[in-house]
Design a protein around this ligand. Sequence first.
Ligand code: HEM
Ligand code: HEM
Length: 185
Amino acid sequence: MSATLAPEEDAPNTRYRPSQRILHWLMAIVILSALVIGLYCSYLVPSTPQRQALLDIHKSLGMTALFLIAIRLPLRLSLGEPAYRQPLDGFNHYAARGAHILLYALMILMPLAGYTTSAAGGRDLPWFGLFEWPNLLPLDRPLARAAAEVHKYGAYCLYAVVSLHILAALWHHFFRKDEVLRRML
Ligand code: HEM
Ligand code: HEM
């Protein structure tokens, strides 16, 4: 799927477009913050004011991710990805592609599962204290519990895939010294 460029070719397209890079880093900050706060909340006693306050921030970050992925995915489908000067070998190519597809799937699944947990559980859906997102679901405790399970196991997957993704990016940059990280900078 990825095109290759002759080295002498003047290639403005060897990096992701500015809009794609901005969305990648913005979403990376938002999602990593949501993951850390969500993980911390899972160790706090339920219903305490501190947990509620942190969960409100967590939900706000998660809904921000849902909003941003709704922009990012159509952009990715229409703009595609930049060409590589040096194509990745078969294993790296398929590993990167598989990881990216999984990351996109989790970036959609996690906010939707979180939204369903809160909405079907009849809980608040705040956005940084500025407004409430509409609750589109009827009160349904079994659905809320099922969504919470999906949210929890989705989070385990996300920890694993994001850790591999970050390690892979650093490995490419510092050990293989190739263009992979620069494509996103
Ligand atoms: C990218 C988006 C998100 C990520 C990475 C994420 C991650 C997490 C993590 C790691 C936890 C702790 C594990 C657990 O106990 O389930 C958690 C819990 C939670 N998240 Fe999210 N979350 C996201 C979006 C959302 C959204 C959009 C909402 C609601 C609007 C939400 C609501 C909750 C709630 C209510 C809990 C506590 C679950 C419980 O008490 O059983 N999350 N989240
Ligand atoms: C320090 C953190 C991160 C670093 C260093 C990093 C680095 C990179 C790099 C270098 C690429 C381009 C790879 C290539 O073109 O072959 C990339 C793409 C991507 N990253 Fe990250 N990333 C980070 C965090 C995240 C997080 C937290 C997520 C989402 C949960 C994420 C999701 C993605 C996705 C989906 C792509 C594919 C982009 C596309 O083709 O549209 N990244 N990342």
